[in-house]
Structures are given as C-alpha cells and as structure tokens.
Design a protein around this ligand. Structure first.
Ligand SMILES: NC(=O)c1ccc[n+]([C@@H]2O[C@H](COP(=O)([O-])OP(=O)(O)OC[C@H]3O[C@@H](n4cnc5c(N)ncnc54)[C@H](O)[C@@H]3O)[C@@H](O)[C@H]2O)c1
Length: 262
C-alpha cells in the first residue's frame, strides 16, 4: 500500500523538516526524487541525512523564481525522464503582528508560500501533460493556518490561498480531462526548525511571555497533547501522492492532533 514504485517526484524545501521526511519516505516507497531547496547548504544536509542514492538528486531552487522552476523541471526530465509527483512544500513563517508589520514582510511571505506554489503547480501541470493517461499528482503543503486564523495575517492568507488554489486547479484539471490530481495537506504544529525559529524569536520583554510559555500554550491547543513529527505529515503526503487516493482531488487532509476539531 501507499507505493510509488518507479514514479518520479519533485519535492521543494527538501533540506529539512517535512520536506526531508517526505523525500526519505518517497524513496522508501520506491520513488525516485529530485529534492530541491533554496540553498546548497540544504542539499548538503539532505545528503548527510539520507546518504547517496541513485534514486535521489538535488538541485538548488528558489521557488519564488520563474526561471528557477523552468530549470528545475528541465533537470528532472533530464535526470529521470519524467515527473509524476510534485510536493510543493517550501514555506516560511516570519514574525508577524498586524500593527507592526511592513508591506515587505507581507510580500515575502506571499512570495514563497503562495506565489511559489502557483509557479510550481503551473510548471508541473504543463510537464505532466506529457505523461498522457498516467498524468500525475500534486500535493500542496498548506497548514491548519489555512483553515483557521491564529498565526499572522500573511501566513494565514498565504496558506488559505494554497487551499483554494489547490481546489481551483484540481477542478480545472479534472474537467479538462487531465488525469492530474491536486490535493492539500494541513499540518498542525510539527517539530521542525520552522516552529523552533518562531519560538526563538520570542522576546519576553517585548511579548510578555517566554519561549517556553508560548510553546506550552500551543502544545495544549492540540487535544492529543503533543506536537506532530515530520514523518506523520510525510505519510499523509505519500498517501495523496500514491494511487491509494485515486478518487481524491481538490481535497484537504488535516494532520493536526485534533487542533481544528475543537
Ligand atoms: N512546522 C510546522 O509546524 C508546520 C505546520 C503547518 C505547515 N507547515 C508548512 O510545512 C512546510 C515545510 O515546513 P517545515 O516545518 O518543514 O519547515 P523547515 O523550515 O524545516 O523547512 C522549510 C524548507 O523550505 C526551504 N525554503 C524556504 N524558502 C524557500 C524558497 N524560497 N525556495 C525554496 N526553498 C525554500 C527552507 O530552506 C527549508 O529547508 C512549509 O510550507 C510550512 O509552512 C509547517
């Protein structure tokens, strides 16, 4: 079950956290993976974590650049001959308070989290057309913050945008007769550097609470009483990428320990 034997996947933001766990799982499930991240350091981290594998390649790729997307898709076709799966995972979270944030912060978050996903979806659909009847699958990493408010205006808006971009492209592909399924995943708080960096930015003098206090209060918002692990999100991504989810498109899979259930 949940196999992707022989399939070729492109995973963005693969240098750590959810992207790294997804890359590892796709390889274990029989896939070949072009892993990408915005800097070469991430590529080094990925190789250190996974090791050298014929089925794995890495490319430096900033998802906000149209030219970089062209280059990355070309590399995938050159290295593996096709692309069957795209995991739009790259994302950022910045410190956001509506009363303090400037427009540049808003733009930066939207650029990576939403524009980057649009560029990826557009590029992948064009490349997957060449697969004919086998088509492809696209999994967009949104967040519970694309379902409910609570993070910050730009992060919430970008992740909400990913949710509806997913549904729009899913419906368009299906109605156009393209066998390309597009779904989103919505993780709760997952133990990665993204949230560790956010906690580290807490300044008790300015914010009125310590990093430990905010960590504890956020943990308590998950009825299961803990943060999630990157592998727990990767398993949901693998499910949506594989034929086990063959009748799912435009749907949203929530992996949040019950956060949005209450
Ligand atoms: N960790 C969480 O609690 C959580 C919850 C919900 C959703 N998410 C989402 O999951 C995804 C992965 O996050 P993570 O928690 O693994 O974080 P992470 O910081 O560990 O990994 C994100 C990766 O994206 C890369 N990246 C950032 N900007 C990029 C760009 N412009 N181009 C290419 N790569 C870029 C980073 O270098 C990093 O390797 C993100 O989209 C994030 O918003 C995370």
């Amino acid at each position: 079950m949940n196999r992707v034997d022989g399939k070729v996947a492109l995973v963005t933001g693969a240098g750590g956290g959810i992207g790294l766990a997804t890359t590892r799982l796709l390889l274990e499930a029989g896939g070949r993976v072009l892993a990408s991240d915005k800097d070469a350091v991430a590529g080094g981290a990925l190789r250190a974590a996974i090791g050298a594998e014929d089925a794995l390649d890495f490319i430096e790729h900033d998802v906000t650049s149209e030219a970089a997307w062209k280059n990355t898709i070309a590399r995938c076709l050159e290295r593996f001959g096709r692309i069957d799966i795209l995991v739009n995972n790259a994302g950022i979270a910045l410190r956001e308070r509506l009363d303090e944030m400037d427009f540049a912060t808003w733009r930066k978050v939207m650029d990576v989290n939403l524009d980057g996903v649009f560029l990826g979806v557009r590029a992948a659909v064009a490349a997957m057309r060449a697969n004919g009847d086998t088509g492809g699958t696209i999994v967009n990493v949104s967040s519970i913050m694309g379902l409910v408010g609570g993070a910050g205006p730009a992060y919430n808006a970008s992740k909400g945008g990913v949710r509806l971009l997913t549904k729009s492209v899913a419906a368009w592909c299906a109605r156009d007769g393209l066998p390309i399924r597009v779904n989103s995943v919505h993780p709760g708080y997952i133990r990665t550097s993204l949230i560790e960096n956010a906690f580290a930015q807490v300044d008790p003098a300015r914010d009125g609470y310590t990093p430990e206090e905010i960590r504890e209060s956020i943990r308590a918002l998950h009825p299961m009483g803990r943060f999630g692990e990157p592998e727990e999100v990767a398993r949901a991504i693998l499910f949506l990428a594989s034929e086990d989810s063959s009748f799912m498109t435009g749907s949203e899979l929530v992996i949040d320990g019950g956060y949005t259930a209450i």
